[in-house]
Design a protein around this ligand. Structure first.
Ligand SMILES: [Zn+2]
Length: 127
C-alpha cells in the first residue's frame, strides 16, 4: 500500500468551513488526509497578527511539511467570517497576502488561496 498523502489547510475555526475545505483539498491535492491549522479569521491573523501568532502558525505548517511530507498549503477565507468580519474583496486581499507570506516561508511547496462562498462551496482564487 502506498504511503498516506497529506496536504495542509490554513482555515478559519468556523465549524461550517471544515468539511467543505477537507473535501475540496482531498480532491484537489489527491490526498488521503488534510492537516487542518485553524484560528478565528486566520486570513487576517497571518497578514496583520502579531509576530507571535504568525510564528505559531509557521511552526504548525513546518510540522505538516516536514513530518507528513505535505507539498500543498491552502489558505482559506470564507463568507460570514466572525473572526475577520469584512467584505469579500477584503478577504481576497488578505488571502493573497497570506499566500505571499507562506510562499516566502516555504518556497518548495505549492501555495494556493481558496474562498468558501455563501453556499459553503470552495472556489480556488486566481491572483
Ligand atoms: Zn471565520
Amino acid at each position: 500500500m502506498a504511503e498516506a498523502k497529506f496536504v495542509t489547510a490554513l482555515n478559519c475555526m468556523d465549524g461550517r468551513v471544515q468539511e467543505p475545505v477537507v473535501k475540496w483539498m482531498k480532491e484537489y491535492g489527491n490526498a488521503d488526509y488534510v492537516d487542518m491549522i485553524t484560528e478565528p479569521g486566520l486570513d487576517k491573523l497571518l497578514c496583520e497578527g502579531s509576530e507571535t501568532i504568525k510564528n505559531l502558525i509557521k511552526d504548525k505548517i513546518t510540522i505538516s511539511i516536514e513530518k507528513h511530507d505535505s507539498n500543498l498549503v491552502a489558505i482559506a477565507g470564507h463568507y460570514d467570517c466572525a473572526g475577520n468580519p469584512c467584505d469579500k474583496d477584503e478577504h481576497f486581499r488578505h488571502v493573497q497576502e497570506c499566500v505571499k507570506v507562506v510562499k516566502e516561508w516555504f518556497p518548495m511547496v505549492e501555495v494556493i488561496g481558496i474562498w468558501v462562498n455563501e453556499n459553503w462551496e470552495v472556489e480556488k482564487l486566481e491572483f
